[in-house]
Design a protein around this ligand. Structure first.
Ligand code: BES
Ligand code: ZN
Length: 645
């Protein structure tokens, strides 16, 4: 009774507020049409060069029943003497705006600007007030279209009893759940008071200060860009790994995930030795439900991780190394705009591989590099086919485009190979020293590609390195000819095995293996079946990738009989396998593929499978998508929608 009255009151207040205070009509907009896109960041209307948020206090009320967050965003601004402040918003319902300290607030007018024509950026929110006011408070609620929010039904969780909510801010979705200056060119500290149902736990990319009766308080006292604000609410448990690290997960996954991620402290040590002290105090991992659209997201103090990373054999923990690496590249030193995204991801993949080399050895990190290089080559081919050769440049031009549509292997892998090639040129010692200083000099700052190039030339490259041609790598298309080549004897072996398998040998049975008898202690020759665990996940991926597209279906059946690729539970292997099975229209596996597409929301797996399916089984693909689309986060959903169209 009380709750529903409260809700009624909230709704009425909202409607009233909108009528009273917002000038949303087009005459007013034309009159005051000062909504300019930022001259440097083409994905934000905010005028951070005039006035910018330096601190944000959030009050959030999470209403699972109506799938709404009621919020107040209290901005503390640093103003260079301007009376107009512009925030980014998208699909938010703004109730009212006030100025002044909490409880001494004065309501002021606000103007919600028109939608940009491609509806990518959302609606700018303009406030005109005296520069003397440093506190601007925006009362708002989220809507059904708030794309950052994924409201999961209990059946989408492991426990199946409680609902779950998580946010995804990168690249430009934070504005769909918080009105703010949504550009990586600004940084601020934040606090949050979050009210959630009594039986649920809230976690954020911040330090938990207190928790009383469903009210959680958080503080992030380091300056971060807006895309790193993150919240999740669910029936979560916490298990420590050590004083600094631990895992949040539903109770069903807490034990296995803590075991899977137990090397995290070693990873942190490795990264600290190379790139300087870890600056974020705590490093926790949050294991999300399967709907999470990414492998991982580097939210500071609390990395969001996809449960597909948990395989039982630690074979995919390079995702953890990757998100950890972002604690330096991305979170400490941030890309100035989404055109400079390669500075976030390219450096991160390079560091990810260095961490993995430290904990698993060079042979292992070389396998990771090679797997990714083949993905890079495919990406270049695909982009060329789509007449998007310009997107094979590291520095992007995303004007008028949704940055989320332009996340490719270029930033990640071409970016990483830029640094690997540099390493070979100048030597590992020099590059390590350079990166260490880079993270020191640009700590808690954003950097553009152009500034980075100047810094690189000043601090790393000598006249004798002129041939390297930084500009070609960064501003030109394709993969430069001087790109280093990596080899792997393990992969060569898998290629050989694939060849033998194709030519008719049952490689899954090894004849003539010496085995010691437990009884007599004597060795004799036996035929043994090889196990999937005889080779790593990455080796099997290479094996499957080395099989030809026209492979005989009977061979697929044989391989599956011995190795159970279709049902092995390792999403990387399963995806590679499914792609080949779809190419060969090997229908036996299709029920497994359907199960996979129902359970998993990670875009990296969904997109290639749907892409392959529409070539041969378009109607079926559409049918599966329609059945499952509500289970996918809007990020995955809209990507697949585009593929199917
Ligand atoms: N920051 C990214 C995820 C992201 C990128 C979200 C762009 C939104 C826009 C994250 O660090 C990432 O790269 N995740 C990868 C992990 C992989 C490279 C190990 C993923 O999700 O696959
Ligand atoms: Zn990343």
């Amino acid at each position: 009774m009380k709750k529903s009255f409260e809700f009624f009151l909230k709704i009425s207040l909202f409607s009233f507020g909108i009528i009273l205070n917002s000038c949303n009509d087009s005459t007013k907009d034309k009159e005051n049409n000062k909504f300019n896109i930022h001259p440097i960041d083409c994905h934000s209307y905010s005028n951070i060069d005039h006035v910018r948020t330096i601190h944000l206090d959030l009050e959030l009320d999470v209403d699972f029943k109506n799938k709404i967050i009621y919020g107040v965003a209290r901005h503390t601004m640093k103003n260079k003497g301007f009376d107009t402040i512009i925030f980014d918003t998208k699909h938010l319902s703004i109730q009212k705006v006030t100025v002044g300290q909490k409880k001494e607030e004065k309501e002021i007018k606000f103007h919600l600007g028109p939608w940009d024509k491609d509806s990518i950026l959302g609606q700018p929110l303009r406030i005109v007030t005296s520069p003397a006011y440093s506190k601007i408070n925006i009362y708002y609620k989220t809507t059904k279209k708030s794309a950052a929010l994924d409201w999961l039904e209990p059946n989408q969780t492991e426990g199946k009893i409680h609902p779950f909510l998580y946010t995804q801010g990168e690249p430009i979705l934070t504005r769909t759940w918080i009105p703010l200056q949504d550009t990586p060119g600004n940084r601020f500290t934040y606090t949050a008071e979050v009210s959630v149902p009594d039986n649920l736990i809230a976690v954020m990319s911040a330090k938990k200060i207190s928790n009383k009766n469903g009210k959680f308080k958080f503080r992030m006292n380091k300056e971060i860009p807006s895309y790193l604000i993150a919240l999740a609410v669910g029936d979560l448990k916490y298990k420590k790994i050590n004083e600094m690290c631990g895992v949040y997960a539903e109770k069903e996954l807490i034990k296995t995930s803590t075991k899977e991620f137990e090397d995290l402290p070693k990873m942190i040590d490795a990264a600290e030795v190379l790139y300087g002290k870890y600056k974020w105090e705590q490093y926790d991992i949050l294991v999300l439900p399967y709907a999470f659209p990414f492998g991982g997201m580097e939210n500071p103090m609390l990395a969001f991780i996809n449960p597909t990373v948990i395989t039982g054999d630690k074979s995919l923990v390079s995702v953890i190394a990757h998100e950890l690496a972002h604690s330096w590249s991305g979170n400490l030193v941030t890309n100035r705009t989404w055109n400079d995204f390669w500075l976030n991801e390219g450096v991160t993949v390079y560091i990810e591989h260095r961490i993995m080399e430290e904990i698993r050895g060079k042979g292992y990190s070389d396998m990771l590099s090679l797997i990714e290089f083949s993905e890079l080559k495919n990406e270049v081919i695909e982009l060329k086919k789509a007449n998007r050769i310009y997107d094979t440049r590291l520095k992007l031009d995303l004007k008028g485009r949704d940055p989320d549509d332009c996340i490719t292997q270029i930033a990640y892998v071409k970016g990483a190979y830029f640094f690997k090639t540099l390493e070979k040129l100048v030597g590992r010692k020099s590059l390590d020293e350079f990166l260490l200083n880079y993270f020191k000099d640009y700590s808690f700052k954003s950097i553009s590609t152009e500034k980075f190039i100047l810094y690189l030339k000043k601090n790393l490259l000598l006249p004798k390195h002129l041939d390297f041609n930084v500009e070609e790598w960064i501003y030109k298309e394709n993969i430069p000819l001087n790109c280093i080549q990596i080899n792997s004897t393990k992969f060569k072996k898998m290629k050989r095995l694939a060849k033998q398998f194709i030519s008719g040998r049952n490689i899954f049975r090894k004849k003539g293996v010496f085995e010691k008898s437990k009884k007599t202690g004597q060795s004799k020759l036996v035929t043994k079946q090889i196990k999937r665990t005889d080779f790593s996940t990455q080796e099997w991926m290479e094996f499957i990738r080395s099989l030809p597209n026209d492979i005989d279906v009977s061979k697929l059946s044989l391989a599956d009989k011995y190795m159970n690729f279709s049902t092995c539970g390792n999403a990387e292997i399963m995806m590679e396998w499914y792609l080949l099975c779809i190419k060969r229209n090997y229908k036996e596996v299709f029920p497994q593929i359907e199960k996979f597409l129902k359970k998993i929301g990670r875009r990296k797996y969904l997109s290639p499978i749907y892409k392959e399916l529409i070539k041969s089984n378009k109607e079926w693909a559409k049918q599966i998508f329609n059945t499952n689309k509500e289970n996918y986060h809007s990020i995955s959903r809209s990507s697949i929608q585009k593929i199917l169209n």
